[in-house]
Design a protein. Structure first.
Length: 295
């Protein structure tokens, strides 16, 4: 049965259990589509996840494909799926049309994001659209019928020059506007997540704050992602990656070991769930959940 993610969290929290979820992205090729639906998602389904999310390409470039993948996951696997939605290159009317189609397909969960412009550069609001993600959250709440997630940044958003606490205050404003839960950007030092969580909870935030975890698969991959999002690489993590050199198989093993320890510590210290950035691969997430005895 397709559920609101806020209800999944409430039920799991009441039972003292962690919510386990994963993220996939729309492939660019027919072969990628085939692998996603014939290999990766079936493998991930063996882990009995609570829900999955599907990303939205820069500038809304995968809009139709994202809706189609979410719809197909829900129909073929009966798994609750969440659609990412961004403000980039879209008017309020266009976003409303997307949400109307999503509702018609039985999509109940939206991750509301400002989004990044295609090709990088500074974000430019679309005339007639939303400049800030809290406006999209407000719009979703006014429309009704969706559980609304939003993104949080334990180290502060890379574009927020005023510092991470200002960014966290803006996240609280998004929550106050109607967001039901928060999924964080990737991070590699749990102390950053705990500081983020403590800051928000002391300011009255009670919605689930879910850590997002990226298992490393190569040094170049991790460095590329962190350069884009501003996450820092702690010295022990960086040293472990550098020992692997250009050996991606060794880096993957190190990534599994590091992420397993990271997740165990997060769950031990009260994290309400873990959201895995799978990069459309099931191997690392499967191994980590087996290590945690959650598979």
């Amino acid at each position: 049965m397709i559920q609101f993610i806020r209800d999944i969290h409430a039920a799991k929290n009441a039972a003292g259990q962690a919510v386990i979820s994963f993220e996939v992205f729309p492939p660019k090729t027919d072969e990628g589509d085939k692998n996603l639906f014939e290999r990766h998602i079936p493998e991930l389904m063996k882990l009995h996840p609570d829900f999955c999310s599907v990303t939205y390409g820069a500038g809304g470039s995968t809009r139709e494909k994202t809706i189609g993948i979410v719809d197909r996951i829900q129909r073929e696997h009966g798994l609750t799926a969440m659609m990412h939605l961004t403000c980039v290159n879209a008017t309020k009317a266009e976003l409303t049309a997307v949400l109307t189609e999503a509702r018609a397909r039985g999509i109940k969960n939206i991750l509301a994001l400002r989004g990044d412009p295609p090709g990088g550069g500074e974000f430019q609001p679309t005339p007639g659209g939303f400049e800030f993600s809290y406006r999209l959250v407000e719009h979703l709440r006014e429309l009704g019928g969706f559980s609304i997630g939003t993104a949080g940044f334990p180290e502060g958003h890379i574009a927020c020059k005023e510092g991470k606490r200002v960014d966290w205050d803006r996240l609280k404003a998004k929550i106050d506007s109607g967001a039901d839960f928060v999924v964080t950007q990737l991070f590699f030092d749990n102390a950053d997540f705990y500081a983020f969580r403590d800051y928000l909870t002391t300011r009255g935030v009670t919605v689930p704050l879910v850590p997002g975890i990226l298992p490393a698969m190569s040094g170049s991959q991790v460095k590329r992602f962190t350069a884009l999002c501003g996450a820092q690489l702690p010295a022990p993590f960086l040293a472990g990656l550098e020992k692997c050199g250009a050996d991606d198989a060794a880096a993957t093993e190190f990534g599994i070991e590091y992420a397993s320890a990271q997740c165990a510590d997060l769950l031990k210290n009260g994290a309400e769930g873990i959201h895995f950035y799978t990069l459309n691969k099931a191997h690392s997430t499967t191994r980590i959940l087996k290590n945690l005895r959650l598979a």
